[in-house]
Design a protein around this ligand. Structure first.
Ligand code: 26Q
Length: 874
């Protein structure tokens, strides 16, 4: 017998005596435990300054086993967060009870990414106990700020899509919606970025080094078995034929609950994160040494599934593991949803009345065939009945139209790993194609809409699967949703136009104003209160539209001055951060300079290369000027701040980082220019550094090639904090312009249709004329002004030879012109600038993620709020 066979037979005998899923802990009200026990369980923890101090000290002593001789700030962080988690668990239990009792319809947000950032500050704020904790800690001789900065970011996401999921969960919790996130508890999240000699290097981010970090709760009572591989058999149950997926190998999914408190409510949203475990723990002592390593390997292989977050550029290599990861995620989440349905005694045919499942891009699209399989093979549904349920339950959000980013999986890999699902997908496809054919679809349309891509190796197209299986499909900004309907999924929109929606993204004002910019929050509260619109901060934080009343302050120079002062304070904070983290920044950053930031993933379509070419051009112009001319044109100077990670295999993105740091080396150290221009690259951009960068931003670069950025959310974060955008009419910039008005945003560049036309002309062989200033900048790089001539060659040669897919050459002149002739002179008029800042802050109500969530609730989910605890905590 091989080891695998031996383990399999052991499993079988274990299974015979035990159910596959571990026994669940008894629910309250069950037979176990005395009345006293149950009534004690109902007691809630108290949160006063006194009791918090006691709880903290108890934790230090009895959980950390530390005393006066060895307590440190990190220990205090552990204690503070653990005591806060107790209160959070109280609220979560209440939330769950209400959900169970009312059987209210819940939102289930399936996302392979949640980019949470730090949780302590957020929880203290949302639970409205910041003051209490600050006082308790002060009494104990500690500063809350020091303790907060001990926390590591939870970076279980690549960028925009993951952060959006986090903002949405916050809004759901705040708006009293019954909400569950489902995700994966990767051992390693987004890599840490270092800048070594100007180049990006990566190191792993082991965020679990201190065990189970706040606000996660390990739920060993919530686990499921996941199958891979094997084959499909037929079996007859009660005279009816059934398919049965069997054989293959098994892995266990264990739940970790990440509790997310709403603001000014006791409602808590739960993100259930799955972690992979071996199906049977390897039994030491039962094998000889040869078996030992094989068995250990089996354990390692299964745990591998949730080992690491995949980058958004994954190449062929590692593809199979990503597919395994996606199915593991989907299977555990669907099983959990079914179990919750059982607990609430919901019939599966009514699933859609109680559960809305949102697919965050196609990454969880396998949940469509998975739920189909469960209903057909395990719950005895007929195909048509199952399909009705599926279609009412699922909806899908698309986040990208870059063709290379649309997920597709080679069919042979799918068949090997998920034989039954592949059959189900092919059957979905057969029925769908038949239906559209009968409806009059042309051969071209059928080829485009098929779930199978037949070019070369056969692929399954996940976007098509997600569209066919969902009742609603949405883009993330008006322009993007239009492009989806007009181009990307045009044929689907022709067949079923009512399926397609737009829900413009938003960001949570709790984290992105109140927590990261308390001075601005105070300003808003003070003035809205004075004008009689609100009584307290909670009033506008939960209703961002109220901010529009701030425009009245336009006439009050004192208020405008306050706004400038707040910006200055935030700039000083960022300047200190830069001086600490960017060795080549050229010393103290003059606080009068314009803080111009471009912070986001590094990608050619986001065009950091356009920005750095402009910086080079500024440098060349400055060098050619007399000191008087410099002051006249460039005062008070520009500090160009970049931050963002390049996917580790994305060579050109890495070249762009090196170019930015190399330009910084020269311009920051040139005494003739350093008072007018700085170029800095802040390493390891993450949620926490974003919280320092956005409040200090004056100009936010949102300069993607038109039609390529689905929405962007950094644009919203910047404007909410009083920045002005210089940008193209792309993604949500279009709607930001609508909100703030043409006078309060700097727009340049080719429009989406123009980009399409220009590309057609390129393809037809048309050559481009390089604008002089761009040519000078490219020549400077080529001449070795920034060293590394060969390394930069692919960036330079492409543009010089007229290869301009991203339209950098096309947009360069207007970009420069707007900067020099519009941005700089406007900035020098401080009163004018302050008015524009005010308008940006005041007109951002639309971009609260609360509005996005309200749109989803109304248009897509049909979900209503519930009441947890007393009315609004009163
Ligand atoms: C796919 C297959 C295999 C491995 C990884 C991936 C993968 C992972 C992440 C593909 C894409 C992503 C992330 C996409 C993303 O962040 N998109 C951004 O979503 C934001 C929120 O809607 C938008 O604001 C941005 O415009 C969009 O780029």
């Amino acid at each position: 017998m091989t080891l695998a066979e031996e383990l399999a037979s052991k499993r079988k005998s274990a299974q015979a005596s035990e159910p596959a899923v571990a026994k669940q802990a008894p629910v309250v009200g069950s037979q176990i435990g005395s009345t006293q026990f149950h009534s004690l369980l109902q007691q809630e923890i108290s949160v006063t300054s006194n009791t918090v101090s006691e709880q903290i000290v108890n934790y230090i002593k009895y959980s950390l086993c530390r005393d006066s001789t060895n307590i440190d700030v990190f220990g205090m962080y552990m204690a503070s967060s653990s005591t806060l988690r107790n209160k959070l668990i109280d609220n979560w239990m209440k939330t769950q009870q209400v959900q169970q009792e009312t059987r209210a319809k819940s939102v289930n947000y399936l996302s392979l990414e949640f980019l949470m950032g730090r949780a302590l500050t957020n929880s203290l704020y949302n639970m409205e106990v910041g003051q209490t904790y600050a006082e308790s800690l002060r009494d104990l001789g500690f500063k809350l700020e020091d303790i907060q900065s001990e926390e590591q970011d939870a970076a279980l996401g690549n960028g925009g899509l993951g952060r959006l999921a986090a903002c949405f969960i916050d809004s759901l919790a705040c708006m009293n919606i019954p909400a569950w996130g489902y995700g994966l508890r990767y051992n390693y999240g987004m890599f840490k970025q270092h800048i070594e000699n100007g180049y990006q290097t990566e190191s792993p981010d082991y965020w679990l080094k201190h065990g189970c970090p706040f606000p996660l709760v390990e739920r060993l009572d919530r686990e499921y078995v996941i199958r891979f591989g094997g084959w499909t058999e037929m079996e007859t149950v009660n005279g009816k034929m059934h398919f049965k997926w069997t054989g293959g190998s098994m892995v266990k999914a264990v739940a970790y609950d990440c509790l997310c408190p709403g603001h000014h409510t006791q409602n808590v949203a739960n993100i259930r994160l799955w972690s992979a475990r071996p199906y049977t723990e390897f039994q030491l002592g039962s094998h000889n040494s040869g078996d030992f390593y094989n068995a250990i390997k089996e354990k390692a292989d299964s745990e591998n599934i949730t080992f690491v977050l995949y980058p958004n550029d994954s190449t062929e290599e590692g593809k199979k593991l990503r597919l395994k990861q996606e199915y593991f995620f989907v299977s555990a989440s669907i099983q959990d949803i079914m179990k919750r349905a059982d607990e609430m005694q919901i019939e599966y045919k009514d699933l859609a009345n109680h559960f809305a499942i949102q697919l965050n891009d196609t990454h969880p699209a396998l949940s469509i065939p998975e739920l189909m399989r469960v209903l057909l093979d395990e719950k005895d549904f007929e195909w048509e009945d199952a399909w009705k349920v599926i279609n009412k339950v699922f909806s899908y959000t698309n986040h990208t139209i870059l063709p290379e980013a649309l997920e597709k999986w080679p069919i042979h890999i799918c068949k090997e790993l998920l034989p039954r699902h592949t059959d189900i997908i092919l059957e979905i496809n057969r029925r769908f194609l038949l239906q559209i054919q009968q409806g009059g679809a042309t051969a071209d349309m059928i080829r485009n809409m098929s779930l199978v891509d037949d070019t070369g190796c056969r692929y399954l197209r996940m976007a098509n699967l997600a569209i066919v299986g969902s009742h609603a499909v949405n883009g993330v900004a008006a322009l993007h949703s239009q492009i989806i309907v007009d181009a990307t999924f045009h044929d689907f929109a022709v067949v079923d136009p009512s399926k397609f929606h737009n829900v413009t993204n938003g960001v949570t004002p709790r984290r992105w104003i109140a927590q990261c910019n308390p001075q601005l929050a105070h300003f808003i509260t003070k003035h809205l209160k004075k004008a009689g619109y609100i009584q307290r901060e909670v009033d506008w934080v939960g209703n961002m539209d109220l901010l529009k009343h701030l425009v009245q302050l336009e006439q009050q120079p004192a208020a405008l001055q306050e706004l400038l002062n707040i910006k200055l304070l935030n700039k000083q904070r960022l300047a200190r951060y830069i001086e600490r983290h960017v060795p080549n920044c050229g010393g103290k950053i003059p606080e009068t300079m314009i803080f111009d930031t471009q912070v986001k993933r590094i990608h050619e379509y986001k065009r950091q290369q356009l920005n750095i070419l402009q910086a080079i051009s500024f440098y060349i112009q400055l060098k050619a000027m007399t000191p008087e001319q410099r002051s006249k044109t460039f005062a008070p100077g520009v500090c160009k701040i970049f931050a963002g990670k390049a996917a580790s295999a994305y060579e050109n993105a890495k070249r762009i980082i090196k170019l930015i740091t190399a330009v910084g080396d020269i311009v920051n150290n040139d005494p003739e220019t350093k008072d007018f221009l700085r170029v800095v690259f802040i390493p390891n951009y993450n949620v926490s550094s974003a919280e320092i960068i956005f409040p200090a931003t004056e100009i936010s670069e949102q300069i993607s090639t038109a039609g390529m950025e689905a929405s962007g959310t950094g644009n919203m974060k910047a404007c909410m904090n009083g920045a002005l955008i210089i940008g193209t009419l792309d993604g949500a910039n279009v709607e930001i312009q609508e909100q703030v008005g043409d006078d309060n945003i700097f727009i340049f560049g080719a429009l989406t249709e123009q980009v399409n036309m220009i590309r057609q002309k390129f393809r037809a062989g048309q050559q481009l004329q390089l604008p002089k200033q761009m040519k000078d900048a490219l020549e400077a790089i080529k001449s070795g002004m920034f060293g590394n001539v060969d390394y930069f060659a692919p960036l330079v040669n492409g543009l010089m030879s007229g290869n301009d897919y991203y339209c950098c050459v096309v947009d360069f002149e207007e970009y420069n012109q707007v900067y020099i002739e519009d941005v700089l002179p406007t900035y020098r008029d401080r009163a004018m600038w302050a008015t524009m800042m005010l308008n940006n802050v005041a007109r951002m109500g639309f971009f609260s993620s609360d509005r996005s969530i309200q749109n989803y609730c109304d248009k897509i989910w049909n979900v209503k709020p519930i009441q947890v605890g007393g009315l609004n905590m009163e």
